[in-house]
Write a protein that binds this ligand. Sequence first.
Ligand code: AMP
Length: 488
Amino acid sequence: MDTSITFASLGLAEPLLRAVHDAGYTHPTPIQAQAIPRVLEGGDLLAAAQTGTGKTAGFTLPILHYLIQNPATSRQPGRPRVLVLTPTRELTAQVEESVRLYGRHTQIRSMVMFGGVNINPQITALRKPLDILVATPGRLLDHAQQKTLDLSGVEILVLDEADRMLDMGFIHDIRRVLRLLPAKRQNLLFSATFSDEIRGLAQGILHNPGEVSVARRNTTSELVSQRMVMTEQSHKRDLLSHIIRESGWHQVLVFTRTKHGANRLAEKLAKDGLTAAAIHGNKSQAARTKALAGFKDGKVAVLVATDIAARGLDIDQLPQVVNFELPNVPEDYVHRIGRTGRAGSTGSALSLVDQTEIKLLRAIERLTKQTIEPIVVEGWNPAAMVTGDSAPDAREKRALARLQGDLPAGRGGRRDAGTGREGHRPGQRDGQRPASAERRTGQDPRRGNARPQGARSGRDTGATSSGAPRRDTRPRTGQSSALLHKAD
Ligand code: AMP
């Protein structure tokens, strides 16, 4: 981050500087430093930025500045001056939350609009004057058709996460929306990836755009440590439960491929005593909002989500992301792990990989040009899981804990990988830990333990259900860093 650039030096109006200060931001992120001046100039913008880079403030702040500097002569109900289109309800709500956050010292009015909820409260809200509308395309078109919304006054259009909108099949809706807008307007297009389709869309919408980019195409943040553990599909649920419990992870976002899988996994984790919730498209908006709020304020330790539901979730400093299954599309891996390591903080992404997913793993590594580090999980004993004993003794651990024998050829996966390994070495007593995986990968080990109790099962409070003391009496602090070991 270039610390010589400040929000004040970007020329933003005083009420916005105050809001940014209230939010605790000291300096603009790179996307903000590049995008804000361009948007303030009034030109079109094509921005390559993933969620987590600070892109929302990158367009919200200059738009608010524009509205402050150019107040409407008469604000009309249901006739926004700025339209932000996003792919999902969650992202819509979060972008509008940012508008409110950064616009809190102004009189600017915003509204959020998405489908899956009763349309009538939205119709009522549209009877009030409105500056910024943040919407998903489908519901927006419903309102336009019912003439409860007038898009002829739009001066600035933002397409946020445009790549995702195309993935979700919104192209026709977007084109229909475009036909309802005045020809003369400023256009901003944000996308994490740049396919030919996105370039085509951009060409049709943007005029002589400035281009800003903060991450190379399909790159992952260097601040995220990426690791994987080989396991059988049938062991994944127990393994994940073990890792979360033993590491004391208090805020972990877990990705599954299917809605059904998300539900089943959340149920299993809850059965194991973890606080878990699933979030996906079949859930009502109220249920999704509740799960997200619980996750944000620490009541829910594990949020299990499908790709689409998780898209754009704005969760500050999420320390852990788990891929319960690898995504079919390698780009989705980049999106998923973009949930962590945000805005300069470090994070960790762990993938549970079975033999059938090795091809997907390789495709991800090719795309990101990074190797995902294979690791073993200390204390993981699939055999004991079958008997319900998840706390094997030290001898069992040494004999059974290492899964790297399952690793594919060429990934350093032989059972006796020779010297230099940093796993639980024979003869090493509990409590004598090797250097932490997080330290090697640059993660602050404090992060995983800030609120360990939030993720604990009753078993982890130091007593078994029968009241007997735990067999494993290691201190719980620092567990997160010691549990996962490098496999090579
Ligand atoms: P976004 O990429 O817009 O989803 O933003 C990611 C996260 O970064 C959000 O949680 C913001 O609150 C945070 N953020 C945005 N701008 C800054 C900044 N200049 N400094 C620190 N954090 C920021």
